[in-house]
Write a protein that binds this ligand. Structure first.
Ligand code: CA
Length: 696
C-alpha cells in the first residue's frame, strides 16, 4: 500500500470514528469488567459485577436540582416495561412486552429498528403460562440477544436488528417460559427459564455460541430420574438429597432471573429457584435438602461444570427462590480483602459469600422474618421455627411468596459501601390441609404449587415496602425509607453520591447515597417497574427509564397492584431520558384511575356455577387476571369487560382463542358450561364491587 493510500485509509477511519454519529467503537470485552468507565450500560447489571453502579458524576447530589426531562419516546405497543435498558455506543436498546426490542439513537431520538419476535402467535400452549414481561436483552460484539416468552433465544445484528440466528431453548408448547435477561461472556450467551409453578418443571441453564446459536453446554439444577442416568456428578450428588419419586414432580429450581459472570475465577453464578411444587411433602416426602433448589451454584463458565454451591433454603417449602440478583463486590472485612458475592433473596437474609469457594461469611435478616430465627454460622444452615412448614395446619409466615426482596434489582455503591435494596415486609398464608399430598401430581400449564391457593383478592395493604441503604459490614440498615404500597422498581447508584428508584405511584426519586436524603423527584405519571440506567453520549451524562407498570403484582396480585391506579391500556408507555438542563415536557397522560365494574342488574347469579368458576379461576385465570377478578393492571379487569357480559363472545375468546394475537390464550378443553361458570364468578365479583361502592 502506497503512503498516499495508507494516509487516506487512516483519514477515512478517522472520519468514520469521529464524524459519523452513532458509529460503534470496536468491541472491547474488558469494558464489561471496568467499573471506572461509565460511558455504556453494557449488560443487565451494567458490568459483569451486576453492581448497577456508574462512576458518572456530572449529575450529582449538588447539581441534581437542574435535572430535567431531555426527551421521551412513546412505545405504543408496550404493555409492561420492566426491563433494564442497554446503552451501547450511543444506541439505547429497550425491551418491552412480548420481547419486542426497540433500538433508539440516543443523539437523534430516532427509532433505528424494532424487532418483534411474534410471541403471541408462536407460543401455542405456552401462552397460558407466560406473562408478557421481559427483563431485557444481552450484548456481545455487535450482537443483541433476545429471549422470548415462548422460549426462543435470538441473535440480532445490533446495528440493523436483522435476525442472525434463532434457537429454541425449551420444548415447544411447554410450561417453561422466559422472562429473564440472558448474560454474555467469552463469546457465549446463557439463558435459563421459569415455569416452576406451572407444571412438573426441572430447571436448567444453557450456554450457546454467540455467533451461531449452537448449544455449548447445559446444566440441570435438580436431578432427574436416576434410571435415566445422571448428566454429571453434580446431579449424582444432588440426588442423595431427594426422596420419593421427585422426578415425577420436576423438582423445580428454575433459574429465571439471576446469573452473574465472574471474570476473576471464570465462574458463572446461578441464582436458583424454589421447589416444583412448593410443598416438600409432595416433592420429596421425608424431607432432604433438595439440591440445588434455592442456592447459588457456581459453574465453570466455559464448560458448565459444577464448582461449588451455597444453599439458602434447604428443603424449600415457601416459594423462597434465590433467583434475586447476585452482586460481585471486592471489599475489605477486618483488613482482609474479600472477593465476595452479596445476595438478598426472597427469604429475607442478606448473605455474604466468598466467591472463590462458596463459603458463607455472614448472613443476617434485612426484613421481617418468621420462618427462621437465624443462620447458624457453624453449619451455614438456617435455624427454622417449628410450625413454619405449615405441618400443623395454616401458618402465616414472613416473608410470603412475594419475598422480602424480589427481582427488582439492588445496587452497590463502592464509595458509600452500601447496598440499595428495594424490600418488602409481607407475609404469606400457607396451608396444605385440603391438598391430597400423597397423590398430588401437577399436569402442566396451570398454577399447581401443592398448597391451597384461594381465588380471592388480597387486600391492598397486605404488606409494606421501602428502600434501604444496607451496610454489609455491620449487616444493618444505615438508612431506610418507606414506600407507598408494594412493588417498586429496582435501583441504580452513581459516582455522584446518588441512588435512583422509580416507584409504583409513578415517581422517579433520587436520594443521597450516603444518608438517604431525598434530593429530587419527577412525576412520570405512570407506575414505574423498571430500573433506571445511566450512560454518556459526547461526554454528557443521561439517565434513561422505561415507564410502564408491570410485573407479577400487575398480573396476579389484584388490589395490591390495582391500588396505584394504572388499569390495563389507559396510560401511555414510554422511554424517558433525563439530563442536566433538560427542558422537555412530558406528553399528555391521563391521571391515575380506578376500574369501575359494569353493572348488569338483570344478571341472576347461580351459586353452583360460581363455585365451579372459582375453581377454574384459581387454576388458570388468576395467573394473569388477578385474585378475585381484580386486575393489577397487566391485563384487562374482567369486572369491567363487555365481553364477559356476552356469553357467545366470551366463548369465542376462551374456547376458540379469538384474542390469541393480543395474548389471551385459548382453553379449548373448557366446556360451554365452564365458560358460563367463569362468567358467574366474574359477575359475582363485579356485583361485590358495585355493592361495596353503593355502601360507601
Ligand atoms: Ca416461584
Amino acid at each position: 500500500m502506497s503512503y498516499r493510500s495508507r494516509l487516506s485509509a487512516a483519514s477515512l477511519i478517522f472520519l468514520l470514528a469521529f464524524l459519523i454519529p452513532g458509529q460503534a467503537a470496536a468491541f472491547d470485552p474488558a469494558e464489561l469488567d471496568d467499573e471506572t468507565n461509565g460511558t455504556n450500560w453494557l449488560t443487565h447489571g451494567r458490568t459483569h459485577s451486576e453492581q448497577r453502579y456508574s462512576p458518572l458524576d456530572e449529575i450529582n447530589a449538588d447539581s441534581i436540582s437542574k435535572l430535567g426531562l431531555a426527551w421521551s419516546v412513546d412505545l405504543p405497543d408496550a404493555r409492561q416495561l420492566v426491563s433494564t435498558t442497554l446503552a451501547i455506543d450511543g444506541i439505547l436498546y429497550v425491551t418491552s412486552s412480548f420481547s419486542v426490542v426497540t433500538a433508539i439513537d440516543a443523539r437523534t431520538q430516532k427509532v433505528l429498528w424494532r424487532y418483534d419476535p411474534q410471541v403471541t402467535m408462536k407460543a401455542g400452549k405456552t401462552l397460558r403460562v407466560l406473562w408478557s414481561t421481559s427483563r431485557g436483552v444481552a450484548y456481545w460484539d455487535g450482537k443483541i440477544f433476545v429471549p422470548t416468552g415462548d422460549g426462543r433465544l435470538i441473535g440480532l445484528d445490533a446495528k440493523t436488528g436483522a435476525e442472525l440466528w434463532s434457537t429454541m431453548t425449551v420444548e415447544p408448547d411447554s410450561y417453561y417460559y422466559i422472562t429473564g435477561a440472558p448474560r454474555a461472556f467469552n463469546g457465549k450467551v446463557v439463558i435459563g427459564n421459569g415455569g416452576t409453578e406451572m407444571g412438573p418443571a426441572r430447571g436448567y441453564v444453557t450456554a450457546y455460541d454467540a455467533n451461531t446459536g449452537e448449544q455449548i453446554w447445559r446444566f440441570f439444577i435438580v436431578p432427574g430420574n436416576p434410571d435415566d442416568g445422571f448428566e454429571d456428578n453434580a446431579m449424582k450428588m444432588a440426588a442423595k438429597t431427594w426422596n420419593g419419586e421427585w422426578w415425577k414432580h420436576g423438582g423445580g429450581g428454575n433459574v429465571w432471573n439471576a446469573m452473574t459472570y465472574d471474570p476473576d475465577y471464570n465462574h458463572l453464578y446461578l441464582g436458583t429457584g424454589n421447589g416444583s411444587p412448593w410443598n416438600q411433602r409432595i416433592r420429596s416426602p421425608g424431607g432432604g435438602d433438595n439440591l440445588f433448589l434455592c442456592s447459588i451454584v457456581a459453574l465453570d463458565a466455559d464448560t458448565g461444570k459444577y464448582k461449588w454451591h451455597y444453599q439458602t433454603v434447604p428443603g424449600e417449602a415457601w416459594d423462597y427462590n434465590s433467583a434475586m440478583d447476585i452482586v460481585s463486590v471486592d471489599f475489605k472485612v477486618q483488613d482482609r480483602d474479600v472477593k465476595a458475592i452479596m445476595h438478598a433473596p426472597k427469604n429475607g437474609f442478606f448473605y455474604i459469600i466468598n466467591r472463590s469457594n462458596g463459603k458463607l461469611l455472614s448472613a443476617r435478616p434485612f426484613a421481617k422474618i418468621t420462618w427462621a430465627s437465624e443462620v447458624d454460622m457453624k453449619t451455614g444452615r438456617p435455624v427454622e421455627r417449628p410450625g413454619a412448614r405449615y405441618e400443623d395446619g395454616e401458618e402465616l409466615v414472613w416473608p410470603g411468596p412475594l419475598g422480602a426482596h424480589n427481582w427488582a434489582p439492588m445496587s452497590w455503591n463502592p464509595n458509600t459501601k452500601l447496598m440499595y435494596i428495594p424490600y418488602h415486609d409481607a407475609p404469606g398464608l400457607y396451608n396444605d390441609s385440603k391438598i391430597k399430598t400423597a397423590t398430588f401430581q401437577a399436569t402442566g400449564h396451570k398454577f399447581e404449587a401443592g398448597v391451597s391457593f384461594g381465588a380471592d383478592d388480597a387486600p391492598a395493604d397486605s404488606g409494606t415496602s421501602g428502600l434501604m441503604g444496607w451496610d454489609p459490614l455491620t449487616q444493618s440498615a444505615t438508612w431506610k425509607i418507606p414506600n407507598p404500597g408494594m412493588w417498586h422498581g429496582g435501583t441504580m447508584t452513581t459516582g455522584g453520591n446518588l441512588v435512583f428508584q422509580g416507584r409504583a405511584d409513578g415517581l422517579l426519586l433520587a436520594y443521597r447515597a450516603d444518608n438517604g436524603e431525598k434530593v429530587w423527584e419527577y412525576n412520570a405519571k405512570h407506575g414505574i417497574s423498571a430500573p433506571p440506567i445511566t450512560y454518556a453520549v459526547d461526554g454528557k451524562q443521561y439517565i434513561a427509564l422505561p415507564v410502564g407498570w408491570g410485573g407479577g403484582i400487575a398480573m396476579t396480585a389484584g388490589s395490591i397492584g390495582a391500588q396505584h391506579g394504572w388499569p390495563y391500556g389507559v396510560h401511555p408507555r414510554r422511554l424517558l431520558v433525563f439530563a442536566l438542563d433538560g427542558k422537555a415536557d412530558l406528553p399528555p397522560t391521563p391521571p391515575p384511575t380506578a376500574v369501575v365494574a359494569i353493572d348488569d342488574p338483570e344478571f341472576v347469579l347461580d351459586d353452583a356455577l360460581i363455585a365451579r368458576g372459582t375453581e377454574i379461576w384459581s387454576d388458570t385465570c388468576f395467573w394473569c387476571h388477578g385474585g378475585g377478578a381484580v386486575s393489577g393492571g397487566g391485563t384487562p379487569d374482567l369486572r369491567a369487560s363487555k365481553i364477559v357480559l356476552d356469553l357467545k363472545a366470551m366463548s369465542q375468546v376462551v374456547r376458540k382463542g379469538a384474542l390469541v394475537p393480543r395474548g389471551m390464550p385459548q382453553f379449548e378443553e373448557y366446556t360451554e358450561n365452564d365458560v358460563l361458570a367463569i362468567q358467574h364468578f366474574v359477575r359475582s365479583k363485579a356485583r361485590l364491587e358495585l355493592n361495596a361502592a353503593k355502601a360507601e
